[in-house]
Design a protein around this ligand. Structure first.
Ligand code: PSV
Ligand code: MN
Ligand code: MN
Length: 423
């Protein structure tokens, strides 16, 4: 299914007058509104190929019907999200769930939909059919060199798939760790992981980046080999200039100050990418912004500051959503996540950085808080809508999705029982 410009323009018509009125009144209140609209209208977030079906839980999956059952259909779904939001022009693929059997054809399909290939993801946390060695006791960290070699070879193959598609980065998330004290020698596991990563890194084309995720627990509940940003940072430093730390919001223990981690990594030019999600308890259990929107705003405050004061040459981070679960329509869910990310970004862009710096230099704590909260409490819906409108997107993408009956159309096209690969 594809939505065309005309359908969106017809949908927008009814909302246009009110939208323009809102924009005029907002422009009177904020002097840098044009700049914020411009930044948001150029902002894109990659969609994970594993979040387009019902999933995200190891318990029940309750299908929606019309799920994409191959990579081409996944690209079409991202095309729908992008046509509505104009903020999702990239896909992040997971191998072997989404092996591009005919890379040229997949590339052409993606191009026709205006979609690029963001970071590739490898999978050494599940055993695949026909695989010689098991990852039951780890992959890159494994005590047995044969298992490590197999996991390294898989990652190299993922890079090769990515090269064929025009991707420029590989994200590695490892489930490696231990469930019981004594099971694993921490130092040996770390060294094995480092030497495996070195082999993968050696296979990386010179214009690629390697992103290393960290996670404190799950699926291992006693120790994870790459448990925190410090470990990821150490590994990246040992590998070389093309390796970076990737921050996944859900991969922190409760109350961790993630914005502080972001600032610290950017100080050293080591923040490579982001996985957005939200959680009440842990990992990527919920859509972005549903639990801690203020935290997300504070993170974006650091990102905005870091991108504007970039003496460490931190690259623009790779932005990606990493959340999926089994209640909402996955496409509506992703649209809501995109809106939450852009809301936090737009609010952070409204912060009066000069005033904040002066409050900080004067140790005026009350004023600093007021500046942040003034920006946070601004309603930026109109800014987001205007950014979309200027790119021929929908003023209200969820409403458009529903008015155009996208899910019904997908069910008509693909049937009620189609299911997507993924978590
Ligand atoms: C598992 O925690 C996980 O959510 C990681 O964050 C990865 O990025 C993702 O799965 C896909 O492998
Ligand atoms: Mn992740
Ligand atoms: Mn995760």
């Amino acid at each position: 299914m594809q939505i065309d410009k005309k359908q969106i323009a017809t949908f927008n018509k009814n909302l246009l007058v009110e939208h323009k009125e809102n924009l005029t009144s907002l422009s009177k209140k904020h002097k840098n509104i044009e700049q914020v609209i411009d930044t948001i209208s150029n902002y894109n977030i990659a969609i994970p190929s594993w979040a387009l079906g019902a999933g995200g839980t190891r318990f029940g999956k309750f299908g929606f019907g019309g799920e994409p059952s191959n990579l081409e259909q996944k690209l079409e779904d991202i095309g729908v999200i992008n046509t509505l939001t104009k903020s999702a022009n990239a896909v992040s693929l997971h191998i072997p769930w989404d092996i591009p059997k005919d890379a040229e054809a997949i590339k052409a399909k993606a191009k026709s939909l205006g979609i690029q290939f963001d970071a590739m993801n490898s999978n050494t946390f599940q055993d695949q059919e026909g695989q010689e060695h098991s990852y039951k006791f780890g992959s890159l960290c494994h005590t047995d060199k044969k298992v490590r070699d197999q996991a390294v070879a898989h990652n190299k193959q993922v890079i090769d798939y990515g090269v064929a598609l025009g991707s420029k980065s590989l994200t590695i998330w490892l489930a490696d760790g231990s469930n019981f004290p004594g099971q694993l020698n921490f130092r040996r596991a770390f060294e094995n992981t480092l030497s495996s990563l070195k082999e993968i890194y050696a296979h990386l084309p010179s214009d690629w980046k390697l992103f290393i995720e960290y996670k404190p627990y799950e699926p291992n509940f006693y120790s994870m080999v790459i448990q925190d940003w410090g470990t990821s940072h150490m590994l990246a430093k040992d590998l070389g200039e093309q390796a970076y730390t990737l921050v996944d919001l859900g991969h922190h223990l409760p109350n961790t100050n993630i914005e502080h981690i972001v600032a610290t990594l950017m100080t050293r030019g080591m923040l490579g990418g982001f996985h957005f999600n939200d959680s009440k308890y842990g990992d990527d259990d919920l859509s972005v912004g549903v639990i801690k929107p203020y935290q997300l705003f504070l993170i974006f405050n650091e990102l905005v500051f870091g991108m504007e004061n970039n003496s460490s040459n931190n690259p623009i981070p790779a932005w990606m959503i990493d959340a999926s679960h089994n209640l909402k329509d996955p496409l509506e869910d992703l649209i809501q996540s995109i809106e939450a990310i852009e809301t936090a970004y737009a609010k952070a862009l409204l912060i009066d950085q000069e005033a904040l710096e002066s409050a900080q230099l004067n140790n005026d704590v009350v004023e600093a808080q007021r500046i942040l909260q003034d920006a946070f409490n601004t309603d930026v819906k109109t800014i987001l809508a205007e950014a979309r409108l200027r790119n021929d997107g929908a003023i209200d993408p969820i409403l458009a999705f529903r008015n155009l009956e996208v899910r019904n159309e997908l069910i008509k096209e693909r049937g009620l029982k189609s299911t997507a690969t993924g978590l």
